[in-house]
Ligand binder design. Structure first.
Ligand code: SF4
Length: 326
């Protein structure tokens, strides 16, 4: 991996579940994120995949400081963000931006596009108006929109164009990391590839790192350097996108990728079908949380939780099928 941009160490977010109106009693904990660790290198993309409720969004919110971790650390360029204040905190907020799923609700409908893109610059930098205008024009051109766009309102654009506006706004402060939360899933299939290609071009041009959360596994593998597969708050497999595309190891990853990607005739892949629903995060299964749905389940699986262990260079998996102790 190149220089580390963002590192997450044993990150946890547990939400108490309470009952009672006046005298609330805690009756359990939802472990939305439960001991997650990974790193994103400078200019690299980490893809985060898994079914709804696996902890991807809560992880994202903690990185964006919208949720406080229960424990663990988020290290950005060597500093724990929970200890940041003043200029350090401001630099972090400028350095980490986000593009959200729905370009219809993420852009203020009453603001002209030029003002939407300029807003982070106006709030964070004391720049002359002419410099801000120039920067807005530069950003519009970078995302493939015409200069006249700055005078228009968001409703005058298509979904794909709105997502380009959101990307231009996210780029305005020269961030080193952009969190991409389902950036193309609200768009027509025909537009998705254009936005993915734009993101890839911008990464090559500016060396910006991405954390990509998406349901479209083909898009995640295409854009990501490394991919982490999450299940019920934990990472169950982490590898390069090539390793996961050719040979996912964890039974859950095998099922996810088999359902989403056709196997290549020259690269046969073991394909399994995952049945059943995700269990309640309030009362997750003992041992390996995946054991009630796993076609390879063994007696140890319901008793001992498998640890995330390295099996080959850059490839880690949490499954008793790959641990010597089992
Ligand atoms: Fe399946 Fe057991 Fe591996 Fe869990 S630890 S994925 S139940 S084989």
């Amino acid at each position: 991996m190149s220089d580390i941009l963002l590192e997450i160490r044993d990150l946890k977010k547990h939400f108490p579940v309470t009952k009672g109106l006046l005298f609330q009693e805690t009756i359990g904990l939802v472990k939305a994120v439960d001991g997650v660790s990974y790193a994103i290198g400078v200019g690299e993309t980490l893809g985060l995949v898994g079914e709804s409720g696996c902890g991807k969004t809560t992880t994202m919110k903690m990185i964006l400081m919208l949720e406080r971790p229960t424990s663990g650390s988020i290290i950005f360029r060597g500093d724990d963000i929970q200890g940041l204040g003043g200029k350090g905190l401001q630099a972090y907020r400028k350095g980490v931006q986000a593009v959200f799923q729905d370009p219809y609700s993420s852009l203020n409908p009453r603001m002209r596009v030029g003002d939407i893109i300029a807003e982070p610059l106006v709030v964070n930098e004391s720049l002359p108006k002419a410099t801000v205008r120039e920067r807005v024009q530069e950003l519009l051109s970078l995302v493939g929109l015409r200069p006249i766009s700055s005078d228009l309102f968001p409703h005058e654009f298509s979904g794909g164009q709105r997502q380009r506006i959101a990307i231009a706004r996210a780029l305005s402060l020269n961030p080193s990391l952009i969190i991409l939360d389902e950036p193309v899933s609200a768009l027509d299939v025909s537009i998705r590839a254009q936005i993915m290609n734009l993101l890839q071009d911008l990464q090559e041009q500016f060396g910006v790192g991405y954390m990509l959360i998406a349901h479209d596994l083909a898009a995640v593998l295409h854009l990501s350097t490394n991919v982490a597969v999450m299940y019920l708050g934990k990472i169950v497999e982490q590898a390069t996108s090539e390793q996961l595309r050719v040979e996912p190891l964890h039974p859950y990853s095998k099922g996810l990728f088999a359902a989403a990607l056709p196997a290549h005739p020259d690269e046969p892949r073991e394909e399994i079908l995952i049945t059943g629903e995700i269990p309640s995060p309030l009362n997750p299964p003992s041992g390996c949380h995946f054991h009630p749905r796993c076609p390879f389940v063994k007696p140890i699986c319901s008793e001992v939780e498998p640890q995330l262990l390295q099996v080959t260079t850059g490839h880690r998996v949490a499954c008793h099928l790959y641990s010597e102790s089992a």
